[in-house]
Design a protein around this ligand. Structure first.
Ligand code: DGP
Length: 126
């Protein structure tokens, strides 16, 4: 699957659509999900044109990979949900492709916290 530069997160990165930014650096943008599923629901995206985690893992530079992982930790700490910083915990979700039910074809990790998130996987699609 090739990258579609008309996807909604590409538009956010170009500043064509507003977002509620919680973190930004040279390689990463993090912003609040428009349909929050928990008190903390932040999306962390690389600024590069990567469709999914497997695309990113294969094609991103070491600097992009490191920045992305670090940014996820920084966001979790800033949101007060990181256990090593006294938070009560969180879940990271990265949906990929059709079976992963990925809606936006630009890599994003959801960070969910602030409540008990529940079971990891449901048997039936909801
Ligand atoms: P996924 O199913 O993993 O591809 O999740 C896509 C998420 O993106 C979903 O939780 C809603 C969120 N979303 C979609 N459009 C927008 C938008 O324009 N702004 C923001 N902040 N979030 C969006």
């Amino acid at each position: 699957m090739s990258y579609d530069d008309q996807n909604i997160f590409a538009k956010i990165l170009r500043g064509e659509i507003p977002n509620d930014t919680v973190y930004e650096d040279d390689h990463v943008l993090a912003f609040r999900d428009i349909q929050p599923q928990a008190p903390t629901h932040v999306l962390v995206i690389p600024k590069g044109p990567y469709v999914s985690f497997d695309d990113f893992a294969e094609n991103a530079s070491d600097a992009e990979l490191a920045a992305y992982v670090r940014a996820i930790g920084k966001v979790a700490r800033a949101e007060g949900v990181a256990p090593v910083a006294g938070g009560n915990g969180f879940r990271m979700i990265a949906n990929a492709g059709e079976d992963g039910v990925q809606e936006v074809p630009h890599l994003h990790v959801h960070i969910l916290g602030g409540r008990r998130i529940g079971r990891m996987v449901q048997r039936a699609e909801t």
